[in-house]
Design a protein around this ligand. Sequence first.
Ligand SMILES: [Zn+2]
Length: 264
Amino acid sequence: MAKDFSLIDIGANLTHDQLLKNIHAVIDNFKKVHVENVIITSSNTTDTEKALSLIKKFPNLFYTTVGFHPHNAKNFKEKDLESIETLANNPHVISIGECGLDYYREYSPKNQQIVCFEKQLSLNTKLNLPLFLHERGAHNDFCSLLKKYIDRIDNTVVHCFTGTKQELLQYLDMGCYIGITGWITDMERGSHLHEIIQYIPEDRLLVETDSPYLIPKNMNDNRKTTNEPAYLPYVVEEIANCLNKDVKYISNKTFENTKKFFQI
Ligand SMILES: [Zn+2]
C-alpha cells in the first residue's frame, strides 16, 4: 500500500531505559503509524555512544545528537568539547545538543549552565551543525547568549517550545525553527499554544514526542504512561486541529522541514 504521508520524530530519548528495554516493540509501533525516522536526543556524550550502538543495529531508522543538556552542565569539562567534536564526525550524528539553559529545574547551577551552553555554541560556529536547543524559564539569558553566535550557525531549533507569544516571536525573529511536543495537548499547561501556534511559519514547524516524557493527553488512554515515537501522530493531530489544516498536510510539511533542517 502506498504511503501518502510520513513523519519524523525530531526528539525521542530512546536511550532512556524505559524505551531501550522494549526497543523492538517501540520500533514496530512507530513503523505502523508512518514514523519513518527518529532522531535520538542525547543529553551527554555517553548518551550519544549508547545511541550510536543502537544505530549500528538500525542504521536506516535513527540519527542522534551530541551535546550536554543544561541538567548535565555540572558534569561538563573542557575536554568534553573534544569528545563532542569527534562524535560529531559520525554521519549519524546530525546535530549539536541538546544544549541550552534550564532555570526551571536548575539541576545544575546557573553559572555552570551558561559556561556549558556558550562553549557548545562557540564550538558549533566551527562545526555548523543544526543546533538542538532546550530552554526553560531562562529566556532572557538564553537569547543573549544565542544572539552572540546565531549569525554563524545556519539551523537552530528551540525544541519542546512551551513559552509565551512574545518569546516565540523573538525566537522566530532570530531565525529559529520551533519544535512542538505533546505539551500542546495538555489543556492545563499548554492551552496557550493553541492560539500562538498560528504565528509559526509553516516552514519552521517541527514535531517531536520528547518520549518517554510528555505523553499526549489527547490519546484519552489513562492506562498508558510511557510516551514513545508511535504517539507522534497525536501531536500532529492537535496541531492540525489548531491550525484548521489536514493531518496529512501537517505531517508531510513537517517531514519536509525536518529533512531540510537536518539535511537528511
Ligand atoms: Zn529538552
